[in-house]
Design a protein around this ligand. Structure first.
Ligand SMILES: Cc1cc2nc3c(=O)[nH]c(=O)nc-3n(C[C@H](O)[C@H](O)[C@H](O)COP(=O)(O)OP(=O)(O)OC[C@H]3O[C@@H](n4cnc5c(N)ncnc54)[C@H](O)[C@@H]3O)c2cc1C
Length: 486
């Protein structure tokens, strides 16, 4: 075990006094594990703390702030843009997963208040007893990833073609700032009020959504609810080309016909025989009644059947039946690592962005072949935007987080040979994509330290954010580095 300096020993003792020895982790393995995401590895955390209540969290944040160490929030740890990877060596990582209670379901007023460390899967299960759900009911990683992580990155997937990102479902937040102040947003901040409504003056809630934890640690969120619709239909189509799939997906997205609409297919290097696997689009179509769902499905079939061939909707049915076990492992079935990079554009730019991504891959085809890097591209119309998400697959040793699997019960079984050169090549490909996305004017969800938020933003706009950051965190200790702040 590393020996802490005298001031850091004092801090560790103070934190132990607040939450007990078992929740202040000083061992080297844990400090390294918590400091690495699925792609980036930072210096080991000084300490890892696991507060069990808001009060413990506030006291711990105050102690860290007074000691001048960085405060880094972490949820399930399933991101890959360096969002919780410490920027420097004196960082205390706040594991929020013990703050996991569903505080209250207000079925008549259609909202739920939940602690930030609760997983999307646990929240969905609690709501299913009421026949209710959050319009965006979580990302595929939601068996392990948390509400706090999702709101700090504006996740999307389940429900997103109709309901948008996690940010669109939020009514209000409770956030602990660097100095340890507790801020409430939305109508929950009103004297004698309840957290039933978000708009009231400037959108203070929106300020903290997608902030990657730069402005504070979310401790609670109030989310909008809706009834689970009575009608549900499924459809899947194979398309002769990616382009025809994107055209159909955009048409479905613009009309908001589907709740979920996800497409993907392999990228084939130029000169190689085209993959036999055609791109496929999978849709979940809902309605307040079964008839409404069926009518929508007919419209979807009209739009997709034009160029697509209908196939058994096994994938969307599975997606809905087992939403949070849809992805079982952090490696692909052959044991390779995988990593996602994405950009969002308006529907009308979806085809163009896809073409630009393929152009980049074609340019890099020989480097990709040399390092054994394969790629697929996923697409999805989400409410008001179009997502293009290339995925890379390659062989190398795993990050510590891979070793613990996705939730513990399913461990990757295939041993893969190390290839640091392949990981470096993937790193360069991701950087190339990031530059391309910037040229194309895309926006991103999981910004972290990767997407260069600061570089791409109008300076006057970024200056406003910097002013807010200074006000909330004068010493710049709250998750420094994310969004290009601090
Ligand atoms: C297999 C797999 C499937 C995935 N599927 C999807 C998907 O369908 N859709 C999608 O959008 N993403 C997906 N992701 C990406 C990722 O899992 C999500 O973005 C998820 O929301 C991350 O949540 P987390 O709790 O793991 O956050 P973490 O990775 O722990 O943290 C993410 C960021 O949020 C900050 N943060 C965490 N908790 C708090 C808090 N309480 N207060 C303030 N800041 C906080 C961290 O500092 C960090 O910057 C997937 C990833 C994997 C590995």
């Amino acid at each position: 075990m590393d020996v802490l300096s005298a001031p850091d020993r004092n801090l560790a003792d103070a934190l132990t006094g607040i939450m007990g020895r078992e929740h202040v982790r000083e061992d080297a393995t844990e400090r390294a594990y918590y400091a690495a995401d699925l792609f980036f590895q930072g210096p080991p955390a000084l300490l890892v703390v696991q507060p069990g209540s808001r009060e413990e969290l506030v006291q711990s944040v105050k102690a860290c702030y007074a000691a001048g160490v960085s405060i880094v929030p972490r949820g399930g740890g399933l991101s890959y843009t360096g969002g919780y990877v410490p920027k420097g060596p004196r960082a205390v990582i706040f594991d929020t997963r013990r703050l996991n209670r569903v505080v209250g379901v207000e079925a008549d007023d259609l909202y739920v208040t939940v602690e930030a460390g609760c997983t999307w899967a646990a929240l969905s299960e609690a709501l299913s007893r009421f026949g209710l759900r959050v319009p965006h009911s979580g990302p595929a990683s939601g068996r392990v990833s948390t509400i706090g992580g999702g709101l700090s990155q504006n996740t999307l997937l389940f429900g997103s073609s109709a309901a948008g990102t996690a940010a669109d479902s939020v009514l209000g937040l409770e956030v602990v700032t660097g100095p340890g102040d507790v801020i409430v947003t939305g109508s929950g901040a009103v004297a004698n009020g309840t957290p039933f409504y978000r708009p009231y003056g400037p959108d203070m809630t929106g300020l903290f959504l997608g902030d990657c934890g730069a402005l504070g640690i979310k401790t609670r969120a109030t989310l909008r609810l809706e009834s689970v619709p009575a009608g549900i239909e499924y459809a899947s189509f194979r398309f002769p080309t990616f382009e025809s799939m994107i055209t159909a997906a955009c048409a479905v997205g613009r009309r908001r016909l589907a709740t979920d609409c996800l497409g993907s297919g392999p990228w084939s290097p130029p000169g190689m025989e085209k993959s036999e696997v055609l791109p496929a689009l999978h849709l979940v179509v809902e309605g307040r009644s079964r008839r409404e769902a069926r009518d929508r499905l007919l419209e979807v079939k009209g739009l997709c059947g034009h160029q697509g061939t209908e196939i058994e909707p096994v994938v969307p049915k599975h997606l809905r039946a087992y939403p949070f076990t849809f992805i079982q492992s952090l490696q692909d079935p052959t044991g390779r690592r995988m990593i996602w990079t994405h950009g969002l554009v308006p529907y009308s730019r979806g085809l163009h962005l896809y073409g630009a991504v393929v152009g980049l891959f074609n340019e890099q085809a020989s480097a990709m072949a040399r390092h054994g890097i394969a790629a697929t591209i996923s697409i999805s119309p989400v409410r008001g935007a179009f997502l293009v998400e290339p995925v890379f697959y390659w062989q190398d040793t795993l990050q510590p987080i891979h070793e613990r699997g996705l939730g513990g019960e399913i461990k990757p079984t295939v041993a893969v040979p190390a290839s640091a050169a392949a990981t470096e090549a993937v790193s360069q490909l991701r950087a190339g994509l990031r530059d391309l996305f910037r040229r194309e004017g895309t926006v991103h969800l999981q910004i972290g330290k990767f997407y260069g938020y600061r570089d791409g933003l109008a300076p006057a706009t970024f200056a406003v954010l910097e002013g807010i950051k200074r006000n909330l965190d004068p010493r710049g200790l709250m998750n420094p580095g994310v969004l290009g702040l601090g």
